[in-house]
Design a binder for this molecule. Structure first.
Ligand SMILES: [Zn+2]
Length: 166
């Protein structure tokens, strides 16, 4: 398992200086580290979790986004969403596992099961931003709070993100 937490810390109850510094610097949240440790515990029993490569864990109010290698998504979601379901219960937040891809695909995966019509790029005052087009009836299908999804999409794309119709 490769994660933002080092292999020594995965196996211990305390954090090394370098991992503690990453948490302090906001590279990963304490809850994100907890989720990774939970997955590590699971990987000792579930072989398919052992080989995953977790790039980042983004932590928001109602939502945690685990960014991994694309091929690892089914292994981290688990059969029928068993693993993400358990994490949701344990940590009290919606859990989304997203494979590393072009940002438009990652944002589409993020807001699923809401369906995106398209993502447009805007330039204003030399700053790029994104507008996500979704039909009004799709907004009800968003998997987490709208503002958390927008924050996650902004981290993923490196741009400010809004829904076009709000
Ligand atoms: Zn460490």
């Amino acid at each position: 398992m490769r994660t933002p937490i080092c292999s020594v810390c995965l196996q211990s109850d305390i954090l090394c200086k370098s991992c503690a510094r990453n948490i302090e610097a906001g590279k990963i949240s304490a809850l994100g580290a907890g989720i990774i440790k939970n997955l590590y515990e699971l990987s000792r029993k579930v072989k398919s979790v052992d080989s995953v490569n977790i790039e980042k864990v983004l932590d928001f109010d109602s939502l945690v986004v685990i960014i991994c290698q694309k091929s690892d998504v089914p292994n981290l979601v688990g059969r029928g969403g068993r693993i993400t379901g358990e994490l949701r219960k344990k940590f009290g937040k919606q859990i989304k596992v997203i494979g590393r891809d072009q940002y438009k695909q990652m944002i589409a995966d993020l807001v699923f099961p809401a369906r995106i019509e398209g993502i447009g790029k805007l330039y204003s005052g030399g700053v790029e931003s994104l507008k996500i087009n979704v039909q009004k009836n799709q907004l009800m299908k968003l998997p987490a709070k709208r503002e958390d999804l927008l924050k996650a999409a902004a981290e993923i794309s490196g741009m400010k993100v809004e829904f076009a119709n709000q």
